[in-house]
Design a protein around this ligand. Structure first.
Ligand code: NAI
Length: 330
């Protein structure tokens, strides 16, 4: 198939060209997919997109007009795709349901441990010859209660690592994962998790129902000084509400790998530009906020798996008109 890849970086090209071995004709494009750039998919049978591409009804209609028959998501989340519109237009959709849940779980725990022991601040202090320990006081993870929201592949691995550190792990999930129960994770109501956990980590997909799940109301129920970690999707957190909670001390630590308005920022080198997003820049002023730019997935293993599954999805759709990795439509 002729495939137009949007939002591509050098590392995407390298992994896809290795796995593809000439099977499909791949055209790598740098721009995000939007209504303005959709025309670049001319002469393509499929487009391949990532987390910050827009695949709404307007874009899908333009793609259908150009003859595109398949959207290959090179990620797990599919909140940026209007699945109902795709179905209506007869466009198939495939995703990569799991590429390295270990990568994301390990990054989640890295954010937790870094924030707790202030490694990000210690790194700078030592380089400036400041060996003072004031402000670097941490706590033992052993014995702390961690609340996981979502107990799927990433949640389960995160639970396993945290249990290894001696944490008590509780979780909320409308579909509790039996593997977690067997490990010793206790499933609780969301309210109970908010009120009990010292550390709360998000591992659920973003859906219209859980947009701003971490709202000012949810934050008001949490322990003073709670740690919140989000490696799932930015809009699960109401950023303005969390900024107020950081100012009041309700939130003691915030670790983000995702941000609700990340589409204009992440994956680009903007170091010589003025960042216009005042909410994001406010977050950067807090010493107890640690942000990474959607890199939790970014391991060699994950890139290889993403390329292999995406190429297999394209081949399956080309040969059968179907894709086993179609996201579930509600
Ligand atoms: P998964 O599909 O294996 O598990 C998701 C779990 O969330 C399921 O058990 C489901 O029942 C549960 N869930 C659904 N709605 C919920 C709600 N409202 N509250 C609580 N639980 C809910 O997905 P996986 O592989 O564990 O990934 C989780 C999320 O991680 C993805 O949806 C994606 O947004 C994010 N992700 C982030 C990456 C990064 O680089 N930062 C990379 C890969 C995934």
């Amino acid at each position: 198939m002729n495939v137009a890849f949007f939002s591509t970086k050098k590392y995407d090209q390298a992994s896809f060209l290795t796995v593809n071995e000439g099977r499909h004709h791949l055209r790598f494009l740098e721009p995000h997919l939007t209504a303005e750039t959709a025309a670049l998919a001319k002469d393509s049978d499929a487009v391949c997109v990532f987390v910050n591409d827009t695949v709404d009804a307007e874009v899908l209609e333009e793609l259908a007009r150009l003859g595109v028959r398949f959207i290959a998501l090179r990620c797990a989340g599919f909140n940026n795709v209007d699945l109902a519109a795709a179905a209506r237009l007869g466009i198939g959709v495939g995703r990569v349901p799991a590429y390295s849940p270990y990568a994301v779980a390990e990054h989640t725990v890295a954010l937790m441990l870094t924030l707790n022991r202030q490694i990000h601040r210690a790194y700078n202090r030592i380089r400036e010859g400041n060996f003072s320990l004031d402000g670097l006081l941490g706590f033992d993870f052993h014995g702390r209660t961690v609340g996981l929201i979502g107990s799927g592949k990433i949640g389960a691995i995160t639970a396993k690592i945290l249990l290894g550190l001696g944490c008590q792990v509780i979780a909320y999930d409308p579909f509790p994962n039996a593997e977690c129960t067997a490990l010793g994770v206790e499933f609780v109501e969301l309210d109970h998790l908010f009120r009990t956990a010292h550390i709360i980590s998000l591992h659920c997909p973003l859906t219209p129902e859980n947009h701003h799940l971490i709202s000012s109301d949810a934050l008001s129920k949490m322990r003073d000084g709670v740690m919140i970690i989000n490696t799932s999707r930015g809009a699960l957190i109401d950023t303005l509400a969390v900024i107020e909670a950081l100012k009041s001390g309700r939130v003691g630590y915030l670790g983000l790998d995702v941000y609700e308005e990340e589409g204009d920022l992440f994956f680009e080198d903007l170091s010589d530009q003025i960042i216009a997003d005042d909410i994001f820049t406010r977050l950067l002023t807090f010493p107890n906020v640690l942000i990474t730019g959607h890199q939790a997935f970014f391991t060699r293993n994950a890139l290889d798996n993403i390329a292999a599954t995406t190429i297999a999805n394209l081949t399956e759709f080309e040969t059968s008109g179907r894709c086993a990795n179609t996201p579930p439509v509600k």
